[in-house]
Design a protein around this ligand. Structure first.
Ligand code: DUC
Ligand code: ZN
Ligand code: ZN
Length: 477
C-alpha cells in the first residue's frame, strides 16, 4: 500500500514546510516538495491512495506516554480496556501509548509484564509500549529491572504516596535509583508526600469534610513540592535520570527547573487537566444527579490546583520555556455510576483518575490557538519529546523518511465539540471535558501506513497495534 499526502503543511518539532508525504507500506518513504516528481517519475500516478491535505497540518501521530488501560486500582478497574482506550486514542490523533504494567506488593514484575501482554496483545488499535510500576522494591525487583530492559521496558515508576498499595520508602527509592543509574533506565516518580496526605485525609473525614473538593485540599502543593525535591535529591545522590509524572503545582515545576539549571537529568510532564481545570471548578461543581458529589468527576492525583494561586498559567509557561518537557494524559478513567460513587460520603474512596486519552491532541492544539504555545511546540510536547524521552524517536515522533507511517491530518479550520454525546468514545459515563470547544479537528489518522480514522470515522481494527520494544531514553548521554 502506497499513500501520498499532498498539498499539506508538514509540522515537525523543528519547523514547518509545505510538502508532500509519501508512505510506502508501514514507513514514510519521502518528504517532497509539493507536486515534485522523482527523476521524472509520476508519484501520484503510482500510488494506491492520494489524500489532499490542502489547508491542513500534517503532523506525526501523537504519543501519549502515560496511560492506565484497565488498571486494577482503588477497588475497581480503570474502565477503558486496551481495546476501547486505544480506539478512543486513535480518534483523537494519538497513534502510540505507553501504558503502565503494575507490580503490587508480593507480585513479580516479569509475571505482571506478561500479564499486561495478555491484556494488550491483539486488542490495540494503535502501537503500545510499557513502563513498569514497582511497588515492592527488593532484590528480585531490582534484578527484574535488567530483564525488563531487554524486553523494551526501559522506564520504571515509583510512588511516594498510596501507602500499602504503591508507596516505596526513601530507602527503596534509593536502591531502585541506584539500579537506574547503573542500567540507564529512566526513573519515573509520583511525587507527593503520602504520610502527610494520609493524616490530612483522616483529619478531614473525621471533621465531616467528605465531599470531593477535600480531595484537593488534603493533597496540598507543599506535599508535591517536598516530594519532588526529595526525589530530585535522591536522583542527584545516585546519578539516576529522573522523570516527574503529572506535575500540577508551580512549586514542583520550580524544583525541576532548578535541578535542570544545575545540570541534573531531571524531566517533567504535565497533563491537560492541570493546564485547563482548577480546584475552584471542582468546588463549584454541582448537578441535579450528583449534587456536590459532581466534583468526583475530577478527582485525580496529583489533584487539580487553585487557579487563584496561578498554577495553570505557570504550567503553560513552563511548557513554553522547557521547564516542563511534555504533556501526557495519565488516562485513568472511571465511571460515576458503580465506580466513582464508591466515594459518596467519603472522598478518599473515590477511585483517582480522569479520562483524556482521546482529547490530548485537541486540547493542546487549543493552546496554539490561544497563543500559549507555538505550532511546532504543540508537536514537540505531544509527540516528538515523548518519543525521544522513552526511546522511540526516529520511528515515532517525526515526519521523515524511515519513520513509521504514523501521521495525523489536522484541520485548523475544523471544529471539535467535546462531550459525552458529541465526540466522546472513551468507555466512561461522563466526560471530564464536557463543553470544551476546540478550534481544530482530527480529520485523518494513519497508523504505520494504514488509514484508521477517515473523516472522523474509525475504520481500523483492534489488532492493528503492535508492541514497541523501546530503547533507553534518548535524552541520556
Ligand atoms: N493518579 C491518578 O489520578 N490515577 C492513577 C494513579 C495516579 O497516580
Ligand atoms: Zn501517579
Ligand atoms: Zn498515572
Amino acid at each position: 500500500m502506497k499513500t501520498l499526502i499532498k498539498n499539506g503543511t508538514v509540522v515537525n518539532a523543528t519547523g514547518t514546510a509545505n510538502a508532500d508525504v509519501l508512505i510506502d507500506g508501514e514507513k514514510i518513504a519521502a518528504v517532497l516538495e509539493p507536486g515534485s516528481k522523482l527523476i521524472g517519475f509520476d508519484i501520484e500516478g503510482s500510488v494506491d491512495n492520494v489524500i489532499d491535505a490542502k489547508g491542513k497540518y500534517v503532523i506525526p501521530g501523537g504519543v501519549d506516554a502515560h496511560t492506565h488501560m484497565e488498571m486494577p486500582f482503588g477497588g475497581t478497574n480503570a474502565s477503558d480496556t486496551f481495546e476501547t482506550g486505544t480506539r478512543a486514542a486513535a480518534w483523537g490523533g494519538t497513534t502510540t501509548i505507553v501504558d503502565f504494567v503494575v507490580q503490587y506488593p508480593d507480585q513479580k514484575p516479569l509475571e505482571q509484564y506478561h500479564a499486561w501482554h495478555g491484556k494488550a496483545d491483539g486488542n490495540c488499535a494503535i502501537d503500545y509500549g510499557f513502563h513498569q510500576i514497582l511497588s515492592d522494591v527488593q532484590d528480585a525487583s531490582l534484578t527484574a529491572m535488567d530483564d525488563l530492559i531487554k524486553e523494551g521496558v526501559t522506564s520504571f515508576k515509583l510512588f511516594m504516596a498510596y501507602k500499602g498499595v504503591f508507596l516505596s520508602d526513601d530507602g527503596q527509592i534509593l536502591r531502585a535509583f541506584q539500579k537506574g543509574a547503573e542500567n540507564g533506565a529512566l526513573m519515573m516518580m509520583h511525587a507527593e508526600n503520602g504520610a502527610v496526605i494520609d493524616v490530612l485525609v483522616k483529619q478531614a473525614i473525621e471533621a465531616g469534610n467528605t465531599t470531593p473538593y477535600y480531595h484537593g485540599l488534603t493533597r496540598p502543593w507543599q506535599a508535591e513540592e517536598e516530594a519532588t525535591h526529595r526525589a530530585i535529591m535522591i536522583a542527584n545522590l545516585t546519578g539516576a535520570p529522573l522523570y516527574i509524572v503529572h506535575v500540577s503545582a508551580k512549586q514542583a515545576v520550580e524544583q525541576i527547573a532548578h535541578a535542570r539549571d544545575l545540570g541534573q537529568n531531571v524531566f517533567g510532564e504535565t497533563c491537560p487537566q492541570y493546564l485547563y481545570l482548577s480546584l475552584e471548578d471542582q468546588l463549584g461543581a454541582s448537578s441535579k444527579e450528583w449534587g456536590d458529589f459532581e466534583g468526583a468527576k475530577w478527582v485525580c492525583s496529583t489533584p487539580l490546583r487553585a487557579r487563584g494561586e496561578g498554577h495553570q498559567h505557570h504550567m503553560w509557561q513552563a511548557l513554553r520555556t522547557n521547564d516542563l518537557q511534555m504533556v501526557s494524559t495519565d488516562h485513568c478513567p472511571f465511571c460515576m455510576k458503580g465506580q466513582k460513587d464508591m466515594g459518596l460520603g467519603d472522598f478518599s474512596k473515590i477511585p483517582n483518575g480522569i479520562g483524556s486519552v482521546e482529547h490530548r491532541m485537541d486540547l493542546l492544539y487549543q493552546g496554539v490557538v490561544e497563543g500559549n504555545i507555538s505550532l511546532e511546540r504543540w508537536v514537540e510536547v505531544t509527540s516528538t519529546t515523548p518519543a525521544r524521552m522513552f526511546g522511540m524517536y526516529g520511528k515515532k515522533g517525526v515526519i521523515q523518511p524511515g519513520a513509521d507511517g504514523d501521521v495525523v491530518i489536522y484541520d485548523p479550520k475544523g471544529h471539535t465539540s467535546i462531550g459525552l454525546n458529541k465526540t466522546h468514545h472513551m468507555n466512561m459515563d461522563y466526560s471530564a471535558w464536557e463543553g470544551f470547544e476546540i478550534d481544530g479537528h482530527v480529520d485523518t489518522v494513519i497508523s504505520r501506513g494504514k488509514v484508521i480514522v477517515d473523516g472522523g470515522n474509525y475504520i481500523g481494527s483492534k489488532s492493528d497495534g503492535k508492541y514497541i520494544k523501546r530503547g533507553l531514553s534518548q535524552y541520556l548521554i
